[in-house]
Design a protein around this ligand. Structure first.
Ligand SMILES: C[S@@+](CC[C@H](N)C(=O)[O-])C[C@H]1O[C@@H](n2cnc3c(N)ncnc32)[C@H](O)[C@@H]1O
Length: 220
């Protein structure tokens, strides 16, 4: 049985029961294997855009004797028709947005996205909501002293307000045990960025100041 770290466990927890999953950027395929071994998913495709990680994935799948397919592909470019859930974790937000934004038709049969970007969360929330998905659930998980956000998106139109993109609509409602710490560390990161960002980037500086204010308001 594969053992997952706390971060990947939090991702697995947001995958719907009986889902047909593509794990984009599977790397070692630990998450893919876990989803099958724990009967969370009925079908899993472990996909990566590089041969090295995919070979490692195939080795682990063989060792664990699970029925997980592998696919060499960029993003969701070769997503099989019967897949209803896309999981992407441990990648930059810009990369995640890019793989959906320019080929939204690839998501036509997809009902759920489980995303855990390493950064750029505000932009991810804004851009994914434009594709006709809304955030149904969000969790925070602390792993190796870093707090990660995991988001579960469902197909459907619901308005997300600008400020909700900053702090996460469900995170703010749930106010779980890591929420205060998450807000404080986000504020600290943005304040550090402001210190080093040259004055000529005045527009970005104004945006960051606004984001800090929103985060401080919700922290009160
Ligand atoms: C840091 S690992 C994350 C692995 C795993 N998903 C996790 O959360 O631990 C990122 C993986 O994504 C793959 N990757 C990066 N960009 C990709 C893309 N556009 N399409 C598919 N795979 C990609 C990399 O090759 C790498 O194996």
């Amino acid at each position: 049985m594969i053992l997952l770290n706390e971060r990947l466990k939090a991702v697995a927890q947001l995958v719907p029961k009986n889902a047909k999953v593509i794990d984009v950027g599977c790397d070692h395929a630990y998450l893919s294997i876990y989803l099958k071994q724990h009967h969370i998913a009925t079908k899993v495709v472990a996909s990566d855009n590089k041969e090295g990680p995919l070979r490692e994935a195939q080795k682990n799948i063989k060792r664990e004797k699970v029925d997980v397919e592998t696919l060499l592909a960029d993003g969701v470019s070769k997503i099989p028709d019967d897949i209803d859930t896309v999981v992407v974790s441990g990648m930059g937000g810009g990369n995640i947005i890019g793989m959906f934004k320019y080929t939204p038709e690839k998501l036509k049969n997809v009902k759920t996205l489980v995303l855990s970007p390493n950064n750029d969360l505000i932009r991810v929330r804004k851009e994914i909501s434009k594709l006709g998905f809304y955030i149904e659930d969000e969790t925070l998980v602390k792993y190796k002293n870093i707090i990660y956000v995991v988001m579960k998106w469902q197909r459907g139109k619901r308005r997300i307000r600008k400020k909700e993109c900053i702090y996460g609509p469900i995170l703010a409602k749930k106010k779980g045990p890591l929420f205060q710490e998450y807000l404080s560390s986000s504020i600290k990161q943005k304040e550090l960025l402001l210190k080093v960002l040259p004055k000529k980037y005045w527009l970005r500086r104004i945006q960051i100041q606004h984001e800090i204010k929103m985060l401080k308001d919700i922290l009160k």
